[in-house]
Ligand binder design. Structure first.
Ligand code: CP
Length: 316
């Protein structure tokens, strides 16, 4: 059997995602109660190779592997032979020759993980490639949303083999989410667009016109109005590292219209997500980050258990 990979969210069926989420919640409970998990990754070796910086994705994958009893090898890209000109193809061939059980890669170029998957014999997990895809981020975002709107339906899918290819969860179907900010440069947005629409959520893109991709989805540049009608706001970082030119007067100008503030939220019950790293008072203001409606750190907590479930699914 060729290995399965997780390059984009569409690599997993809806039924597989629901099963993965049930497993993730099981791991979350065990971690919260400090109960040791079984060790499905015992004697398994996972390599991380991150060509771009990371706090959340890298550390949560490493914790996930350790929690499952596996061994992790972090290839330090700055000290690796890629800095001497070795190609990614040769790097992949050499890593593959060490027979790892999975490789987790982040790269600035879209398609890097997909390319790697054609060069190796083990699962490739995409930890983010350019503006293309960040599948585990979107999965943890969706689980965080589901947790907020109630888990009964999700938990009732456990062990069912008859899950329809469209999402069976009424708890989130039709809920509205505003994805706010630098959508066109965001792999997080890209992955969430596929996943959230597949699960029946109504997505509204809120950004200045030059941050919007070509899309059939509803768009707006008026966060103040949209915030009153949505159930979830997902704020994104302005990805200046991906801009070829300055495309907004300044981040301060941008924040005046697109920062999620307490004043804009008013008494709305909507929840606030952000993949991190947050530009405080540009993407979301300090007060909102402290507000119970902010689920930003809950997303990080869910990142560990979702990645445990993904590793379990792909490797164990
Ligand atoms: N959300 C996310 O990808 O964060 P890191 O860049 O810190 O991994």
């Amino acid at each position: 059997m060729p290995p399965r990979h997780l390059i984009r969210t569409s690599d997993f069926s809806t039924a597989e995602i629901l099963t993965l989420f049930v497993n993730a919640l099981h791991y979350k409970q065990l971690l919260a109660s400090k109960t040791p998990t079984h060790h499905p990754l015992k004697h398994k070796n996972v390599i991380t190779i991150f060509f771009e910086n990371s706090t959340r994705t890298l550390s949560s994958f490493e914790l996930a592997v350790k929690n499952l009893g596996g061994d992790i090898l972090r290839l330090d890209v700055s000290r690796s032979s890629t800095s001497k000109g070795e190609t990614i193809s040769d790097t992949a061939a050499n890593l593959n020759a060490m027979n790892p059980d999975a490789i987790i890669i982040r790269h600035k170029n879209a398609g890097a993980g997909y390319y790697l998957s054609s060069q190796v014999n083990c699962p490739i997990i995409n930890g983010g490639d350019g503006a293309h895809s960040h599948p585990t981020q979107a999965l943890l975002d969706l689980l965080t949303i589901m947790e907020h709107f109630g888990l009964e339906e999700l938990l009732a899918t456990e062990g069912r083999s008859d899950i329809a290819p469209i999402a069976p969860l009424d708890s989130i179907r039709g809920k509205k989410i505003a994805i706010v900010g630098d959508v066109i440069n965001s792999r997080v947005a890209n992955s969430n667009l596929e996943l959230l629409t597949r699960f029946g959520m109504e997505v509204i893109l809120v950004a200045p016109p030059h941050f919007l991709p070509q899309s059939e989805l509803r768009t707006s540049d008026d966060l103040r109005t949209i915030a009153k009608e949505v159930d979830v706001i997902m704020s994104l970082r302005t990805q200046t590292e991906r801009h070829n030119q300055v495309i907004y007067g300044s981040l301060k100008d941008y924040a005046l219209r697109f920062c999620v503030t307490k004043e804009i939220l008013g008494d709305s019950p909507c929840i606030i997500l952000h993949p991190g790293p947050v530009h405080r008072n540009i993407d979301i203001d300090d007060e909102v980050l402290k507000d119970p409606r902010s689920k930003v750190l809950e997303q990080v907590t869910n990142g560990v258990c979702v990645r445990m479930a993904a590793l379990d699914f792909l490797i164990a």
